[in-house]
Design a protein around this ligand. Structure first.
Ligand code: FES
Ligand code: FES
Length: 172
């Protein structure tokens, strides 16, 4: 049994207060802690994925104060005072949000590894621009790589979510 001991001296630790998916979080960790490790290992939020570890693929995308960031290269200490959103905050097992539901209905994933990052990147886009064109969606997702779907079903799923929301008066 291997147990990793955190022997970081107190002088190299940081304390933060933030919200994660609307819940207040207070934490202390080494100043070099990466946001993705904080979310996955410390908070147990396993949606955001580690793939490239180099801010290239977008699989680790989460929102910090509404803006998409690559959690694999973002220091956890930088979210002090901020609002963090991950895909776990979009819907629940019993009630997917509109975008998640649309991904399911359109078959917009296969292995699903890229999906949490795609969902969060699109969420940021739709918060800014409720009716982007297909081209604008594709441009916005240029930093989110998918090895499986060929991208077309992802774009179709986003368009379907937009259409459904518009049909409901833009309220969903
Ligand atoms: S794992 Fe962070 S961008 Fe690829
Ligand atoms: S669904 Fe497999 S990488 Fe996108």
């Amino acid at each position: 049994l291997f147990v990793a001991l955190d022997v970081t001296p107190e002088s190299q630790r940081a304390a933060i207060h933030c919200t994660v998916n609307g819940e207040p979080v207070t934490a202390t960790f080494p100043v070099h802690r990466i946001l993705l490790d904080f979310l996955r290992a410390d908070l147990g939020l396993l949606g955001a994925k580690l793939v490239c570890d180099a801010e290239i693929c977008g699989a680790c995308t989460v929102l910090v104060d509404g803006l998409p960031v690559s959690a694999c290269t973002y220091l956890a200490v930088e979210v002090d005072g901020a609002s963090v959103r991950t895909c776990e905050g979009l819907g629940s097992d019993d009630a997917l949000d509109l975008l998640q539901q649309s991904f399911v209905e359109c078959g917009a994933f296969q292995c699903g590894y890229c999906t949490p990052g795609m969902l969060m990147a699109v969420t940021a886009l739709l918060d800014e621009e409720p009716r982007p064109t297909r081209e604008a969606i594709a441009h916005h997702l240029a930093g989110n790589l998918c090895r499986c779907t060929g991208y077309q079903k992802i774009l179709t799923a986003v368009e379907k979510a937009i259409d459904t929301r518009m049909a409901a008066g833009g309220k969903q």
